[in-house]
Design a protein around this ligand. Structure first.
Ligand SMILES: Cc1cc2nc3c(=O)[nH]c(=O)nc-3n(C[C@H](O)[C@H](O)[C@H](O)COP(=O)(O)OP(=O)(O)OC[C@H]3O[C@@H](n4cnc5c(N)ncnc54)[C@H](O)[C@@H]3O)c2cc1C
Length: 232
């Protein structure tokens, strides 16, 4: 258990904030892992209580810890969104197995729904920093461009080893891809659907749909790693 100090808040998409904390001495994590954040002596809370799990969207080499979340009307988020900078929170972790595999002969396919981008942002930053040889394709699905946190940064990170496929499913003006993540979309961008290890994160409806689609494609359970962001 650590204590962390809130340093700043920044908007990263519509109704979506990034929160930055000092990294406590002795803390380290792998890109893709999460922590449990708890308010200390919170005001009256609703039934969901004073703690929430969040993925660390910052990469391990960064001096600060960062999480990003959709701001909704739960008492936890109202409080997190309004406490003074300098407020301390409890942090438990890191935890979680959504970390990049070691076998570099196998590509990684990341499938992100909305704020489910957080583990993949950390992994993309980490892969860039450490010059990891993995081939990575990120499919990033949002309703509209203004919902897509960190999109400009992800576009900049593209290169020989990291490709981005962005889809906006509810934006008639969007000139790029607008289909949901589907078998057809994957097949158009991946030369071989069977060789990658698939990672996916997002709201439960999205992760359930992706799991079903990958199972239908015959992808083995061992080749799927996911995080369901319950509460959405
Ligand atoms: C490993 C992990 C990583 C996550 N990373 C992020 C992230 O990076 N960014 C982000 O925005 N969100 C993330 N989430 C989701 C986050 O923890 C919150 O649940 C979400 O932000 C909604 O919080 P809320 O305060 O808006 O809603 P809440 O008021 O918390 O509503 C939550 C609802 O979920 C229900 N619930 C509570 N616990 C569970 C449970 N264990 N299983 C099923 N349902 C439950 C509650 O009963 C309630 O109805 C992550 C979740 C997990 C598990």
């Amino acid at each position: 258990m650590y204590e962390v100090t809130l340093r700043r808040r920044e908007p990263v998409a519509e109704r979506t904030l990034a929160f930055y904390f000092d990294k406590p001495a002795g803390f380290s994590h792998d890109a893709g892992q999460n922590v449990m954040l708890s308010l200390i002596e919170p005001p009256a809370m609703d039934a969901a209580g004073p703690s929430r799990p969040f993925t660390l969207a910052s990469a391990p080499h960064e001096p600060e810890l960062m999480i990003a979340t959709r701001m909704r009307d739960s008492s936890f988020k109202r409080h997190l969104g309004s406490v003074p900078l300098g407020t301390r929170l409890e942090m438990d972790g890191p935890a979680g197995l959504l970390v990049l595999h070691e076998d570099v002969s196998r590509p990684a396919v990341f499938l992100a729904g909305g704020i489910g981008i957080t583990p993949f942002l950390a992994m993309a930053r980490d892969a860039e920093k450490r010059k990891l040889p993995h081939r990575i394709v990120l499919f990033y699905s949002n309703r509209r461009p203004r919902d897509a946190a960190f999109l400009a940064e992800l576009e900049r990170l593209q290169g020989d080893r990291f490709r981005l496929v962005t889809t906006m499913t509810d934006a008639p003006e969007w000139r790029g891809e607008r289909r949901r993540i589907s078998r057809e979309l994957l097949a158009e961008h991946l030369p071989d659907l069977r060789s990658p290890i698939y990672y996916f994160a997002g709201p439960p409806g999205m992760t359930m749909a992706v799991q079903g689609m990958l199972s239908e494609l015959g992808i083995a359970e061992d080749d799927m790693r996911s995080e369901e962001f319950y509460g959405y």
